[in-house]
Design a protein around this ligand. Structure first.
Ligand code: SAH
Length: 345
């Protein structure tokens, strides 16, 4: 059994069921998540007998060592080749006072958004809990070498987090556990393309921040770029968002600007209305292009005009600085990649 797939509660339940003391779960978790010790032999406060028994019951398999691609701006993309050949990626994004890790939840993505490279590559499978949490462990180990630590986690990598819901919840549990990776809920953001029927439940079962990839302000346009909109239309999505228990949490609307498609003044005004309705902030995302992309980026001048229209309506709207583009580490660029000048498949 993979011990990294257990939350603390489930590990305690399992261990007490086997006749062990409950606190052994905490001890083992501290060794793994905090001291990054991945063999029971090294867990020196456990008795020899326990170490042996645990080694027989559990495997501790973090992700294989990642390949690291460093972009000019300091962004580092960690590319993991999993045991079954699937490739997943996580991105460390350095900012002045923060180190943010962008995490993947699926190998590939089933949603096929028209502007996203990951979507164009298709879906392989959900990641296990250990593969999700493993990205954080690996990034912490990379940063440790330079005396740095991760401060924020965003579920904005490959895949749709709310379509891997159980493993997402378990991962958040471990990420927030005092004996796990010990992140505060305020430093974790889950981004969804709009799986409306899971949004309210996410809000009930966690207290993390929510980001929503809105990208269009009416069903006609949204369905053209996001097939998921055919399943959960805008009204259903907005209703779910209204039900997201804010107060201790924050909703961010993500809006990728596609030239002459969703960047007209009327789009900005409708977006302002939605933001006010939800009391949400807006993150404007310059479109990152990739080979075969069907859209053009909106020129920066026009992005600023779009932002001004929102600000004039008293909506907080930030322009997300694109990071890591030279190593295809930016939003929507993740996927099995060819490097070193290879032609894209
Ligand atoms: N499936 C989730 C998690 C992925 S988040 C979601 O859709 O929210 C990845 C973010 O990057 C999303 O907001 C996505 O819409 C955005 N994105 C995708 N492709 C992009 C591109 N080519 N340029 C800029 N942003 C992009």
């Amino acid at each position: 059994m993979q011990i990294l797939n257990f939350t603390r509660n489930s590990l305690e339940e399992f261990l007490t069921g086997q006749g062990f003391k409950r606190f052994k779960a905490e001890q083992v978790m501290q060794w793994i998540y905090q001291k990054k010790v991945f063999s029971f032999e090294g867990m020196t406060n456990l008795s020899r007998q326990d170490r042996e028994t645990f080694s027989q019951i559990f495997e501790i398999t973090p992700l294989p060592e990642p390949q690291i691609f460093k972009s000019k701006d300091g962004t580092r993309k960690l590319t993991f080749t999993l045991e079954d050949g699937n490739v997943v990626e996580a991105v460390i994004i350095p900012e002045e006072k923060r180190q943010t890790l962008c995490i993947s939840t699926q190998a590939g993505c089933p949603l096929r958004c028209a502007f996203c490279r990951t979507g164009s590559l298709g879906f392989s499978r959900n990641l296990e809990v250990r593969e999700i949490v493993g990205q954080v462990i690996a990034a912490e180990m990379v940063l440790e070498e330079s005396g740095q630590r991760l401060s924020n986690l965003v579920f904005m990598g490959m895949g749709e987090p709310l379509l891997n819901f159980d493993n997402l919840l378990k991962s958040i549990d471990i990420l927030m556990d005092d004996f796990g990776l010990n992140f505060s809920n305020r430093r974790i953001t889950v981004s969804t393309a709009g799986i409306a029927d899971r949004i309210v439940e996410l809000g009930e079962r966690t207290n993390v921040n929510l980001a929503v990839s809105l990208h269009a302000v009416n069903d006609e346009k949204r369905s053209r770029i996001m097939p998921v909109n055919e399943r959960f239309g805008l009204k259903q999505l907005l209703d779910a968002l209204k039900g997201y228990p804010v107060g201790r949490k924050m909703i961010v609307l993500e809006y990728v600007l596609l030239n002459n498609f969703n960047d007209l003044p009327e789009d900005a005004l409708a977006l302002a209305k939605i933001a006010k309705l939800l009391d949400a902030k807006v993150n404007l995302i310059p479109f990152n292009t990739f080979p075969g992309a069907k859209f053009e980026p909106t020129p920066m001048k026009k992005i600023l005009e779009f932002q001004n229209l929102l600000v004039a309506k008293h909506v907080t709207a930030l322009i997300r600085k694109s990071r890591g583009g030279d190593e295809l580490a930016a939003c929507g660029q993740l996927g099995r990649l060819k490097h070193n000048g290879d032609k894209d498949a």
